[in-house]
Design a protein around this ligand. Structure first.
Ligand code: NAD
Length: 355
């Protein structure tokens, strides 16, 4: 039997992975305890998504287990053992602002939880492919010291800089920089995943995400930028822009495109490899550009206020360079651009809000 085990399976990337891999594997084992609701409140609950997965995919089996507790993970790994061919580890505390509220919770979920998953994998399914969703926050605020130029609606990198053509590659340092506590706990996890590849020879891959997005995000103020922005544009709830005149740039990748990267990696894994994963030059926007598109799609005006204070460690300009991944996996390409992604987010959010 071929099994894909997915942590954070009711979250954005986890649920996309369930849908994608349910057609490629005999059984999908999902682990998610809806800790997202504890982090960000009722509106961020992923229960609705879990219900949808169970209804839509007959080969999906859900476990309400906590990745911080090996006593909850071990029985699952013992039951399925070497039938587990793929592990997609997405469960996390995903917000840098939230991490400072409860550093112990953040670290035990992100760092210890990842170590638990790696050890379970090594002991029970050492031949499986292990994919980890890291983040561009491992680079801390180093990208903010690049030569940036202010344009009318966005920050941009100087056109003479090597990052201008395709964005920021994996060579930028993760050291000597302000990460936020979230970034630090993800660095710990990121390095552990690499180490299990390099030291034990396991098939571990690290994907450092830019903004990951899609219609199944349970967007909240502290996490899920485009999803939350569209929600506010639809409902009329107030939205606050934090600093940089709203010109900060993010690249945005649709969850389907990211999970398709996982699929390509799974078929020809490279042990301990690290890839930047985002919308790149193909799909990116500044905050105010995103607002304009949300308003155009919804026909509503966003109730927006501006706060001079930026979020600590927030990137001013970040666009991922995917050249390394595309060299290793030349058949992969994005399916969705920014406008298509936002249209899907609008449709999904409108349906959920109407229920
Ligand atoms: N969304 C982004 O913009 C973004 C950007 C870069 C990296 N990432 C990373 O990608 C991954 C997935 O992000 P997402 O947007 O899908 O997040 P998400 O919050 O939508 O999904 C994560 C899921 O994990 C679950 N979870 C959290 N702690 C758990 C625990 N202790 N045990 C079991 N389940 C637990 C949550 O309930 C949630 O359903 C995370 O690792 C995140 O750090 C996300």
């Amino acid at each position: 039997m071929n099994i894909a085990l997915i942590t954070g399976s009711a979250g954005l990337i986890g649920s996309e992975s369930v849908a994608f891999f349910s057609e490629k594997f005999d059984l999908i084992v999902g682990i998610d305890n809806n800790l997202r609701q504890y982090f960000f409140g009722e509106e961020a609950s992923t229960d609705w998504n879990r219900g949808r997965l169970t209804a839509d995919h007959a080969n999906y089996r859900h476990y309400h287990a906590d990745i911080r507790r090996t006593e909850e993970l071990e029985p699952i790994f013992k039951e399925y053992g070497s039938d587990i061919k793929l592990i997609v580890h997405t469960a996390a505390q995903p917000s840098h602002d939230w991490a400072a509220r409860e550093p112990f919770t953040d670290f035990t979920v992100n760092a210890n939880g990842t170590l638990n998953m790696l050890e379970m994998c090594r002991l029970h399914a050492p031949e499986s492919v292990f994919i980890f969703t890291s983040t561009n926050k491992v680079y801390g605020d180093n990208p903010n010291y690049l030569p940036l130029v202010e344009m009318e609606t966005r920050w941009e990198i100087d056109s003479r800089h090597p990052y201008y053509a395709n964005g920021i590659d994996e060579e930028i340092s993760i050291d000597h920089t302000k990460h936020s506590l979230f970034g630090a706990s993800k660095v710990a996890a990121d390095i552990l995943v690499q180490e299990y590849g390099r030291y034990f020879g396991m098939k571990t891959g690290v994907f450092r995400g830019g903004c990951l997005t899609g219609p199944n995000h349970s967007g909240a103020q502290l996490h899920g930028f485009l999803s939350y922005l569209m929600k506010c544009t639809i409902t009329g709830a107030p939205y606050t822009i934090f600093g940089y005149k709203g010109k900060q740039v993010r690249d945005n990748i649709h969850s389907h495109d990211l999970v398709n990267m996982f699929w390509h990696y799974y078929q020809a894994p490279r042990a301990g490899e690290v890839y930047n994963a985002g919308g790149g030059r193909h799909s990116n926007c500044s905050m105010i550009e995103a607002i304009a598109i949300c308003e155009e799609i919804s026909g509503n005006k966003l109730h927006c206020t501006y706060s001079e204070t930026n979020r600590i460690g927030d990137h001013i300009w970040y666009i991922s360079d995917l050249s390394k991944f595309m060299n290793h996996y030349p058949k992969w390409y994005w399916k969705y651009d920014l406008k298509q992604t936002l249209l899907q987010i609008y449709d999904g959010m409108s349906q959920r809000l109407a229920v």
